[in-house]
Design a protein around this ligand. Structure first.
Ligand SMILES: [Zn+2]
Length: 111
């Protein structure tokens, strides 16, 4: 008997279905392709910050922007529904967050 004999693709698929069902029951939606958004500089066009929507049904609404570490301009504002997580794009990190009532701006720096 080899390790390959223990591999059961049907079991793996069933576990994945169970995982998704459990998170749906908890009101969470697994991250899917297309739910990753980007704050992109309005002047030089570089991607600055990645935004993942993790709880799209949450009633929270946000308006996000980021400063560009390359040219000093900013991204266009991005309206986001639900709960999200952010990270700097490759080579960029977030050093501060400026919160106004209608706009949250991520201040960034290049590595
Ligand atoms: Zn720029």
């Amino acid at each position: 008997m080899s390790i390959d004999d223990l591999y059961d693709p049907n079991l793996e698929a069933a576990q994945e279905r169970a995982r998704i069902t459990a998170s749906e029951r908890a009101g969470l939606t697994p991250i899917q392709d297309g739910q990753k958004l980007h704050l992109t500089c309005s002047a030089c066009g570089k991607a600055i910050v990645e935004v993942w929507i993790t709880h799209p049904k949450d009633p929270r609404q946000s308006n996000l922007a980021a400063t560009c570490p390359f040219c000093g301009d900013k991204s266009y504002p991005l309206p986001v529904n639900g709960v999200f997580h952010v990270a700097g794009e490759n080579g960029i990190y977030i050093i501060d967050i400026e919160t106004l009532p209608n706009l949250t701006t991520f201040i960034t720096k290049a590595r």
